[in-house]
Design a protein around this ligand. Sequence first.
Ligand code: FES
Ligand SMILES: [Fe+2]
Length: 360
Amino acid sequence: MSTFVKNAWYVAAWSKDVGRELLPRTILGEQILLYRREDGTPVALVDRCPHKLAPLSVGRLKGDFVECGYHGMTFDCSGACVRVPGQQSIPRSAHIRSYPLVERYNAVWIWMGVPELAEATPIVDVPHYEDAGWGVVDGQYLHFKTNYLNITDNLVDPAHTSYVHRNTIGNEAGEDVGVQVEQGASHVLAYRWIKDAPPVALVARMGQFTGNVDRWQYYYLYLPSVSCVDFGSIAAGVEPTEENKDKGIRSFSFNFLTPETESTTHYFWLHVRNYHPADAQASDDVAHLMNLTFKEDADLLELVQIEQERTGVREYTGLAIDNAPVRIRRMIEGLRAQEQPEQAGQTAAARRASQPAFSS
Ligand code: FES
Ligand SMILES: [Fe+2]
């Protein structure tokens, strides 16, 4: 059974990767074709010709239209067929689905669900993205060979940093520090403060601390799969307030998870920071460290996926630190249950639309 939530905005690609070449990408198990019109507007269509199911991505762009590479049927940006070589009439079923897109944060976001719901659904807010006092690293991509829910589990789980990331962003100081959990209508927050402990390596370098620090980790997960990790450090002994966080070394690490298949996930990430905002070397250091860190997650979560597939179960001994991951999974199940009637309707419509496109 699918684990995907369709009525949500997902990053389909970084803006820089969508151009006048046909870009195929699997998203929520569907074959999608991305490109830009001549005026720069991005387009997303099903990457499948309704004639013999040839991928349109092996065809070519003609102006704003896509020409199938098998027999030349041609489609406009809405998915309507505008030409069938060798015949005058265009079969009524010669239409492919197009998807709503929005460009924000240098990314192209796609809506895979009921189109009418797209406009009223906001895209997550990335604080300080356009603030000159903050440095940005964006355009980053990793491919995880694991179901996206294994990653959402991980991204509301501060406790794993002491172990998985011992050599990058974690250290032993946090091993026995408990996690608090708060739940909103469409997000879960897992957080903790690790008080009066030595700074982790990056913070020690960037913050020039001379003594111990208070370190915070606030893991927000916005349904279904946008993660924001607010983390940083400040000289030990302050009140744990938002204002004091801004006085320390602070980062917002955003992870946009787009399910590719049930066992693979596109992992787009960006990072904003309040230290050395215009320093290219600091940006390179952040990109290098975060990519190392996420690779540590990927290596572990890919092994978890293999074991889940081998055993056919996702069972584990429940621990106190699972509070937030369990809430996320329940909330996602709730969203999926709401969508099922719509998905059933879409499946019937898709079956009808996939009838062979014979001409009359
Ligand atoms: S498969 Fe596309 S036109 Fe025949
Ligand atoms: Fe991690």
